[in-house]
Design a protein around this ligand. Sequence first.
Ligand code: FE2
Ligand code: FE2
Length: 236
Amino acid sequence: MKTTTASKSKGSSNGSRANGSSSKNGNGSAKAQSKKSPAKGNSGKSSKDEAQGLRELFVNELKDIYWAEKALTKAIPKMIKNATSDELVDALTEHLEVTEEQVKRVEQVFEQIGEKAQAKKCEAMAGLIKEAQEIMEETEKGVVRDAGIISAAQKVEHYEIASYGTLCAFAKTLGEDEAVELLEETLNEEKEADVTLTQIAESSINMKASEEDEEDEEEEDEEEYESAGTTTSKKK
Ligand SMILES: [Fe+2]
Ligand SMILES: [Fe+2]
């Protein structure tokens, strides 16, 4: 009798995957799951079904970030070409190398969980990359375009931070400990990249970009003043 009570109260400590995960399963992941699978799910589902549902969601998100990382290995070189600040060029060049490693790391995660590495188009990343492209086309090369590139790159990093944060949480819940380690490594790299971009923006680019704007405005004001207030029209 004693043993039954004891094992009941300590149920979650036996480490078995299905039970362990559902009892440890934070509200965050439980919510995420019920949101994504309203059609399939009904309230009578067992924890085994829930673990299966969460696993599917995890694999899908992994396919999404796999596509995103690969797309970034093509998009970052364009940003590097368009950037003028040495600091920014260096940071982007370094992050390109890091991203190439991250592609391989996602493949390792697929392997780790016994799934085939497969990419699925990430519409969000496709949109962010398109936006970056537009910014580069619509700005003049120099500090202003650099500031635009930083803004676009930080949006990318924030998307990645959200994705890898979620993937880490899902992997933890699913008991995929080795996958958690790999995903955390990438998550930290994305956070570092974000911090570096903020530092570059704060240290020089934003300041110079606003100075440049002010200079332009002053020049425009002078021109307007000269042509409006005097009889002779001066050309610059
Ligand atoms: Fe990445
Ligand atoms: Fe990144």
